[in-house]
Design a protein around this ligand. Structure first.
Ligand code: NAP
Ligand code: G4F
Length: 324
């Protein structure tokens, strides 16, 4: 019998890579999508999977849709990837962010506990939970104190502890992946990496003159979504439920990312990048660098991409799209 996976946020960046990964592994994949007024926009990232996955409408804030799906599908694995995932946007719509990312997680955990407790559950936790906290050796790891600095970060801390609580109290197989930033050509263009790559390629092709950004001095630990969804699958299939940091272990500033990207296109970022205060945040996470030694050692996880191969792939994708 094929294993069944149920993915919320299936049409997001990670949901689409995870679906491909699981379909290739022989899973039957089911997904929850929110209704969009332009039907075609709902599944653009899933186009290559055509009829290989089973999608239905729902929302983390609509308990009945979660319950009916979990009862009907009886999945072996539940991946809760749905979230209002944009940190800057979370300052503008804090209530929606917290409802979705915190209460929404409670809704799906309850549906799972009541109707399919033999299943396994993965919660998409985030390095944004560390906020302004970093260990003395300049890394963040599973034991690092959490000090979130945004409504998004706070909502993810709530769902992180809620997930741990369901494991402890109800003895359920639930786990958290504490994933550091991961990107791809499928990343939304309002996240900094894809905004930089798209802008740099547009400038190279003569389609744009300047690129407006916010804080250039924040540091992030960037990996590729393809590598990180593999870690999600390893975490949920580990022999015991546990929480793992997933990261590259290297950190670069936004300025470094600009420099590398523009250089690859034979341009100097200083000639094109300008700062616009509207992209600054009321609370910033200044520095992220993850220590993923436990995931590497215990799960045997090893990323294939480097920041260079990630940027090369993103440049190639935007060059194809913008040259049409
Ligand atoms: P993404 O591309 O923004 O995808 C988020 C998905 O959640 C979309 O499919 C979105 O649907 C869906 N969604 C939003 N609100 C919902 C609701 N109320 N009910 C049901 N679905 C809802 O994010 P991602 O980069 O794939 O990230 C996946 C998960 O990992 C998120 O939980 C994110 O917070 C977390 N995470 C991401 C990173 C990263 O660097 N990418 C790092 C750590 C953790 P619509 O398309 O309809 O909006
Ligand atoms: O690309 P970003 O918006 O990602 P951020 O805030 O780190 O959040 C992402 O990673 C988290 C994991 O740590 C996830 F949980 C979360 O869901 C999301 O996927 O911003 C990265 C950095 C920030 O310091 C921001 O201030 O880039 C800086 N930045 C500078 N100019 C900008 C811009 N960010 C955006 N989005 N747009 C700019 O113009």
């Amino acid at each position: 019998m094929k294993k069944k996976a149920f993915i919320t946020g299936i049409n997001g960046q990670d949901g689409s890579y995870l679906s491909s990964y699981l379909v290739d592994k022989g899973y039957k994949v089911y997904g929850l999508v929110r209704r969009n007024s332009i039907n075609e926009h709902q599944t653009t990232r899933l186009d290559i999977l055509n009829n290989k996955i089973d999608l239905s409408y729902g929302d983390l804030l609509d308990e009945s849709s979660l319950e009916s799906k979990i009862r009907k599908i009886k999945p072996d694995e539940i991946y809760n990837l749905a979230a209002q995932s944009h940190v800057k946007v979370s300052f503008e719509i804090p209530q929606f962010t917290v409802k979705t990312n915190a209460i929404g997680v409670l809704n799906i955990l309850e549906a799972y506990r009541k109707f399919c407790p033999k299943s396994r559950f993965y919660q998409a936790s985030s390095s944004e939970m560390f906020g302004v906290s970093v260990d003395k050796d300049k890394f963040q790891r599973e034991t690092t104190k959490l000090a979130p600095n945004s409504p998004y970060g706070c909502s993810k801390v709530f769902s992180f502890y809620l997930t741990k609580f369901y494991r402890r109290a109800y003895k359920l197989f639930v786990c958290n992946g504490i994933l550091f930033n991961h990107e791809s050509p499928f990343r939304g263009t309002n996240f900094v990496t894809n905004k930089i790559v798209k802008g740099a390629v547009a400038i190279k092709l003569g389609l744009q003159k300047k690129l407006e950004l916010g804080n250039l001095d924040a540091y992030r630990d960037w990996g590729h979504s393809k590598d990180y969804v593999e870690a999600m699958h390893k975490i949920i299939n580990h022999k015991v439920p546990d929480d793992f940091v997933v990261a590259s272990g290297k950190t670069y500033s936004v300025r470094d990312f600009c420099n590398i990207t523009f250089k690859k296109l034979n341009l100097n970022y200083k000639d094109y990048v300008v700062q616009n205060k509207k992209y600054l945040r009321p609370g910033e996470v200044p520095f992220l660098k993850g220590d993923a030694r436990r995931a590497r050692k215990i799960l045997g996880w090893k990323p294939k991409y480097t920041i260079h191969t990630l940027i090369d792939e993103m440049i190639e994708s935007w060059t194809k799209t913008l040259s049409k």
